[in-house]
Ligand binder design. Sequence first.
Ligand code: CA2
Length: 189
Amino acid sequence: MGHPRINRVQSLHSCDSLASFYVTRLACVFTKSHRQTGGQPTKLQEIMRILFLNGPNLNLLGQREPEVYGHTTLAEIESKVRQHASSRQAEVEFRQTNSEGDLVGWIQEARGHFDVIVLNAAAYTHTSIALRDAIAAVGLPTIEVHLSNISAREDFRHRSLIAPVCRGQIAGFGTESYTLAVDAAISLK
Ligand code: CA2
């Protein structure tokens, strides 16, 4: 992941016109122009930055086992998530990996760059103490997401090792689980 560009934002407040401050790229939007507010201090609305992480085999979505996971590809889910997020002034980064180490690294690096992590850890949900420790250590609100209802499937999928360190879990709504996760992330603002 590249480092976000740093933009300099000049304050529009009449009383502190010399003041300026730094924000990470797209961290804020002006909700009203200075003119519209008649010279009143301009209100800033924070943009929610959401990191979507997808674990092993999710790159196969839409290509294998459509009877279990449907026909929608991960790229199509990403596109739906981006559309949904942009209509709600949220910024999204979307990644997939088959490697547990990548997921741990991305969770560790997320601090300071993202406000919320949405994680479909796939099979690592049920096995990974490393992911659980990373989520707990980083302390960013993390939403666990699944396409299928893991509680209604095989016994070994009933237990999530990451659930106790996540803010909540969304499971069983197919691709809608991902757009619901955008709304859940925004609700944490
Ligand atoms: O329901 C989910 O989102 C899961 O995280 C999906 C994981 C599974 O191990 C979890 O228990 C629940 C599996 C992702 C693998 O996706 C595939 C897609 C197409 C073909 C084969 C696997």
